[in-house]
Design a protein. Structure first.
Length: 491
């Protein structure tokens, strides 16, 4: 395939080039009109014309976009669940349930997306029972760290005597994993639909941090023809022994589009669930600094074991104290890796990331989702929430993603939030933490437009470097190319 009459994002805007793609890689980049075909050696109106030569008419090309943090099954199922993201109270959730046409699967009503941190009332099993009592109901929070069950659902999942029906952290994860057990052909169809939408937004790869053993699922999908993006699959602690036994190591290629990802371990909770592990207590909760899911000494051993086996650690840490403990563990073990979220960081920890070679895998849309909650629950330290400018100035490598389904699997939304610190017409939130479009793009790609690089390419009509935050959020992608072939084409 040859892309002619193109502009490369980041290069001279007046420089038009022809880019040749051969066997999944970029084999040549030449000034426009200097290649043999473009010079007229093959007549455009003849039967011998090169039908793989595509005139981009001055459009912009850039490397394909990656999402560094996705929960694939939960993301795929989100479209099948009752959307609760608009609700502002427990009572409103109950009213929504009582007055909506409710999707059912396997005898369960599942809703998703509520954020209860600022609700004026409390979620209880009695309130949920008053809305729906004859069918099991499970409502998953927007941050995935809590869920709210009615009495029938509590019985179904083994929490018979739970007083409130509101589960957090490990209990919530157990219910979430059980909900993910959908018939493979059904789930695979939902994933294909979601992947097609992601491809239309320029996505060429994801890091899948679903909490189950996903290697066999992705191998099945790819054997059955899935080819819409690359997938790096993470490993959780309960599967670490199996991964080591099978000889899996981060970066290992299992299939053309399938690779072993990092070892993922969750050390604390989340801001909205008030379980992110912090130095200071939460307002009005003098005994609550959050939840430390993994004690510091155990974290060290998990990281040591995983890294020693060739699995690069990816440590979930949201609260400032959780991030400090994660960095301490990396320093003790002496290995590189990444911290997922890095949502609140102590000033003294910023230089430690770069010194230890630890990347920050961040989700800029969370800054927009959590700004009001952070203002309320992290007073006096909310300016340190997803502090991207401070991270880059400290020399930290940024990797950007969505945490889908917590935020949409749309890199342009993440880029827009990183660049503008704004959404929905609101004033920028701590605008001093904005980064440039070029910096956001660098954190969203895994390749470059250069000879020898993989041919994962996005084609746009606008130059992203000249776009505002809102323009980035609405960016039109004319084509997405993965390994030299189209996965999305509106040229």
């Amino acid at each position: 395939m040859k892309l002619t009459n193109a502009r490369i994002v980041g290069d001279d805007a007046s420089a038009l080039v022809d880019v040749t793609l051969t066997e999944g890689r970029i084999s040549a980049i030449e000034p426009h009109g200097q290649s043999a075909d473009a010079a007229g050696d093959v007549a455009a109106d003849s039967d011998a014309a090169d039908h793989d030569t595509i005139d981009l008419d001055g459009r912009w090309i850039m490397p394909g976009l990656w999402d560094q943090h996705v929960h694939s099954s939960m993301w795929a199922q989100q479209s099948q669940r009752l959307d609760l993201s608009h609700t502002t109270s427990a009572t409103e959730v109950a009213v929504t349930l009582a007055t909506s046409v409710l999707p059912q699967s396997d005898g369960i009503i599942v809703g998703q997306g509520f954020r209860d941190a600022l609700w004026p009332d409390q979620p209880t099993r009695a309130l949920l029972d008053s809305a729906v009592s004859d069918i099991a109901v499970v409502l998953v929070s927007g941050d995935l760290h809590s869920c709210w069950l009615n009495s029938l659902a509590l019985e179904r999942f083994g929490f018979y005597d739970h007083p409130t029906g509101f589960l957090r952290e490990e209990e919530a994860f157990a219910v979430g994993s059980a909900l993910s057990r959908v018939e493979p052909d059904i789930l695979d169809g939902w994933i294909r639909d979601g992947a097609a939408e992601a491809a239309s937004r320029g996505v060429v790869g994801i890091v899948d941090l679903e909490m189950t053993w996903e290697f066999e699922n992705w191998q099945r999908r790819m054997l059955e023809g899935f080819d819409l993006f690359r997938v790096r699959v993470g490993v959780y602690p309960r599967f670490l022994e199996r991964a080591i036994f099978e000889g899996l190591a981060t970066g290992q290629q299992l299939a053309p589009l399938l690779e072993v990802g990092p070892f993922k371990i969750i050390t604390d909770g989340s801001l909205n669930t008030r379980t992110a592990y912090c130095v200071e207590h939460y307002p009005g909760e003098p005994h609550n600094r959050g939840v430390l899911n993994i004690p510091a000494d155990e974290l060290v051993e998990w990281i040591r074991t995983a890294s020693g086996a060739g699995l690069s650690p990816a440590v979930h840490a949201i609260g400032d104290d959780a991030n400090t403990l994660a960095l301490d563990a990396f320093e003790i073990v002496g290995c590189r890796g990444r911290i997922e979220h890095a949502q609140s960081l102590s000033e003294s920890d910023l230089p430690r990331f770069a010194a230890l070679g630890i990347a920050a895998s961040v989700q800029p849309e969370h800054a927009m989702d959590d700004r009001d909650v952070a203002d309320a629950l992290w007073p006096g330290r909310n300016h340190r929430t997803i502090a991207l400018r401070s991270m880059l100035d400290a020399g930290i490598e940024l990797l950007m993603g969505s945490d889908a389904p917590v935020a949409p699997l749309d890199p342009w939304a993440a880029i827009a939030s990183a660049v503008s610190r704004s959404r929905d017409g609101r004033e920028p939130w701590y605008p001093e933490q904005r980064i440039t479009v070029a910096e956001a793009l660098k954190a969203s790609v895994q390749s470059t437009i250069a000879v020898g690089e993989v041919a994962d390419i996005v084609v746009t009509r606008k130059n992203p470097l000249d776009c505002s935050g809102e323009e980035l959020r609405a960016m039109r992608v004319d084509a997405t190319i993965l390994a030299g072939r189209f996965t999305h084409n509106q040229l």
